[in-house]
Design a protein. Structure first.
Length: 145
């Protein structure tokens, strides 16, 4: 049975292990610097299946909205509803905080990269829409290689 629960400090190593197995979505800087730091400063949830963490979502409040920091689901567990359940937990958090918006940042359609096509499709399926476009010169982004 799947359980969605808040992230605990003791979950950080299991989350980082999961992130390491998803280099298509998380570049080296995210895996080694950003996510380890953000786990100490953002709240969120994990999805557990048979006492193993199979997914996570982090969030933080900025600009009057709840922002998704990171969302990942273990390979082999994707497309089984774990991401949707984690997103639902974040939506409930936003409602409980009386926040009317839930936002995230991801690579846009100008980046022709299958993992992010899946990511965008996931968010669009859940009602997200584009509210801002930005350009990046980050050389680790797939479109910048």
């Amino acid at each position: 049975m799947t359980k969605i629960r808040p992230i605990l400090d003791t979950d950080h190593s299991a989350i980082l292990e999961l992130v390491d197995d998803l280099p298509e979505w998380f570049d080296a800087g995210a895996r080694t610097r950003a996510i380890p730091i953000n786990l100490h400063h953002q709240q969120g949830f994990v999805a557990e299946e048979r006492d193993q963490i199979v997914g996570f979502i982090t969030h933080f409040v900025a600009e009057g909205r709840l922002n998704i920091g990171w969302l990942g689901v273990r390979k082999g567990c994707q497309r089984k509803g774990f991401g949707s359940r984690l997103l639902n937990a974040a939506e409930e958090t936003a409602r409980n905080m009386s926040l009317c918006e839930l936002a995230t940042y991801t690579l846009g359609a100008s980046v022709d990269y299958a993992p992010y096509e899946q990511t965008r499709a996931f968010y669009f399926k859940h009602g997200f829409r584009i509210y801002q476009k930005s350009k990046t010169n980050n050389p680790s982004c797939p479109g910048k290689r």
